[in-house]
Write a protein that binds this ligand. Structure first.
Ligand SMILES: Nc1ncnc2c1ncn2[C@@H]1O[C@H](COP(=O)(O)OP(=O)(O)OP(=O)(O)O)[C@@H](O)[C@H]1O
Length: 617
């Protein structure tokens, strides 16, 4: 690209960023601000102390430049008159150099000490606020229905949980004390300026509408740009998280370049949004500094004429000039706050969006949900219709009963809806029509946490935490004794594998259990189920990763596990169907009971009897 192209591009870029946004997303309502104030309630006392210290420091700093006036007018020129009685009185006391120096020393020590206290109290308030908001947010997000997590990518959720809180915390901690200090400083200085020379102060006031105009032009644009930037940042986190967690697949397909290309595309979009946002802020700063410079020039011109005409003392003019030179950048910063606070306001709006999502009923204490005293384990589907999208139902009219203690096998071709049926029992999703009941009580009315405590789930994709094998097995019953953990591992046929590891039960399994084989992970899941000892058991392909010999051993222990529990078993392995009292088949969205050799043929066309023995020679 040559220089002319660059110039053309710059003009097009400027036009683009100055275009009025169609919608300024990320607006906060007044009630939202009240909502965010809630998090300050437990720490309001330290907040008040921080505010009082800030006020005192601002007041002390404001009176410092007055010492120059006293030095010139009272000490050097020996004048005692002043337009204001208070200043005249202070000037009388500080008319000797010694008194002025002592007053300055006292003021300096006081301001320094108060500033230390202000720092401490502000830090306590700031960190306390961030802690309150983050813990409440994490608790709230954990209460979301499972369907939310199944529909959002982890990286995206993580970005919204951590980036937005960090930006809110950073901006608030950086700028909120400054806003308070500046507001106080501007007020105090303004009062002193009025006392020093009212006409000259009116010249300063005349420039305020210009500042407001600059903000009116830029704030909406910057807010929209910040929202766009933040959303694209979340997409970057989403893509990075996906590449890292899918690294096995990426490498096995030698797809590093392709993934790099995809991530760099998302990064480029984010950077593009960031540059636009930066330039909008730069433009607004340019106009604010322009306004400030005009204001200073006007003050010097009017003030200079006042002194020449004898309407203002030299001391007053010098003091006014010192004030205005420090005051003008403060006013500038003050009017820039609505702009620099945009990242925090956008983050606050995005956090508010998260807070507006309803957690599932009963997920937080006191939010409802029946907690029955006993569980029989009778599960009934009546006229259940469900689809992930309205146009494509997975289950059309599911009707069946699983009686207490019964083992119900669910079979069907891949994609028929077996896992969906399990997700409905776990209340990850709710049926669009019909009801699912446990002991004649609608699942929708039960406390979801209580419900899930009654269910042991052994699924194909078990999640292991980055901790010891012992802790991972114990996850289903944290208070279990070590002996019970070993007993559960023995039943799940994983004990011998565990003791062969140098660290035994203390072996760290690696992130997501990567140091264990898939078969070992599956047996850890079975051990968890043994330990949990829940009245309802859901087995979703519990042996899909095991060899025939281990599966044979596990089948015998599963027979123990399913005893006296209502069990829903999903498996493509004909041998496991031996455990079932009845076999249900999902076909075309409907659930029907299978007879005789039908199930075995359904899951494996080469086999006929339920025993799983092949008829082939
Ligand atoms: N979270 C989801 N969002 C949208 N569609 C989904 C979701 N989960 C599953 N589906 C779709 O619902 C249908 C049923 O899926 P489900 O996982 O229940 O089948 P399945 O019988 O368990 O299959 P398999 O035996 O292969 O595990 C499929 O068409 C699938 O694409």
């Amino acid at each position: 690209m040559n220089i002319t192209d660059h110039c053309r591009r710059t003009i097009a870029f400027t036009r683009e960023i100055m275009r009025q946004p169609v919608t300024a997303r990320g607006d906060l309502r007044f009630s939202d601000l009240a909502f965010f104030l809630r998090f300050a309630r437990p720490i309001w006392r330290v907040g008040v102390l921080a505010l009082a210290a800030t006020a005192l420091v601002s007041a002390a700093k404001t009176v410092l430049p007055l010492s120059i006036k006293f030095f010139i007018d009272n000490v050097l020129l020996g004048e005692t008159s002043a337009s204001d009685a208070l200043i005249a009185g202070a000037g009388g006391i500080l008319s000797s150099l010694d008194a002025l120096i002592v007053a300055l020393l006292v003021l300096g020590f006081f301001t320094g000490g108060m500033d230390l206290l202000r720092n401490y109290w502000t830090a306590r308030f700031r960190e306390g606020y961030a802690f309150n908001i983050q813990t409440t947010l994490v608790e709230h997000v954990l209460s979301f229905p499972l369907s939310y997590f199944k529909s959002q990518q982890t990286g995206y959720i993580m970005s919204r949980l951590s980036d937005d809180v960090q930006i809110l915390q950073y901006t608030v901690s950086q700028y909120l004390p400054q806003i308070v200090a500046n507001a106080l400083y501007v007020t105090f200085t303004f009062a002193i300026l009025c006392v020093l020379n009212l006409r000259l102060t009116l010249v300063v006031v005349a420039f305020i509408p210009l500042y407001l105009l600059v903000n009116a032009v830029f704030i909406r644009r910057i807010r929209a740009a910040t929202h766009r930037e933040r959303e694209r940042q979340a997409y970057v986190s989403r893509d990075l998280q996906e590449v890292i967690s899918g690294i096995d697949t990426v490498k096995s397909h030698a797809a590093e370049d392709r993934e790099m290309h995809r991530v760099s595309g998302t990064l480029r979009n984010m950077i593009d949004a960031r540059i636009k946002n930066t330039m909008l802020s730069a433009f607004s700063e340019y106009f604010r500094i322009g306004t400030m410079s005009l204001m200073l020039i006007a003050v010097f011109w009017f003030g200079g004429n006042e002194v020449l005409a004898g309407a203002m003392s030299v001391g007053d003019f010098v003091a006014f000039a010192v004030y205005i030179v420090t005051f003008a950048p403060t006013v500038n910063t003050f009017f820039a706050f609505p702009v620099v606070m945009q990242p925090a306001l956008t983050s606050a709006a995005r956090l508010r969006e998260l807070f507006r999502i309803h957690g599932e009923a009963g997920a937080a204490p006191g939010t409802g949900g029946i907690v029955p005293a006993t569980v029989q384990g009778r599960i009934e589907f009546s006229g259940v219709r469900f689809g992930y999208t309205a146009s494509e139902p997975v289950l059309l009219d599911a009707n069946f009963v699983a009686r207490p203690g019964e083992v119900i096998a669910v079979i069907g071709r891949t994609g028929a809806g077996k896992t969906t049926l399990i997700n409905l029992i776990l209340r990850a999703f709710a049926p669009q029509e019909g009801t699912i009941t446990l002991d004649n009580c609608d699942l929708a009315s039960l406390d979801p946490r209580w419900l899930r405590r009654q269910i042991s789930l052994v699924s194909q994709d078990l999640f292991l935490f980055h901790t010891t094998i012992e802790e991972n097995i114990r996850y289903s019953r944290p208070d279990a004794a070590f002996e019970d953990v070993i007993e559960a591992a023995r039943k799940a046929r994983i004990h011998d594998d565990i003791v062969r590891f140098p660290e035994g039960y203390g072996t760290i399994v690696g992130e997501r259990g990567t140091q264990l084989s898939v078969g070992q992970r599956q047996r850890v899941a079975i051990a968890r189920a043994f330990l949990k000892d829940a009245p309802i058991l859901i087995l979703d392909e519990p042996t899909s990763a095991l060899d025939m010999q281990t599966e044979d051993q596990i089948r015998r222990t599963l027979r123990d596990l399913v005893r006296d529990r209502t069990t829903i078993l999903v498996s493509h392995r004909p041998s496991l169907l031996e455990l079932a009292d009845r076999v249900l088949m999902i076909e075309g969205g409907r659930v029907r009971e299978c007879m005789g050799a039908e199930p075995a043929r359904q899951v494996d066309p080469d086999r006929t009897p339920l025993s799983g023995q092949s008829t082939a020679p």
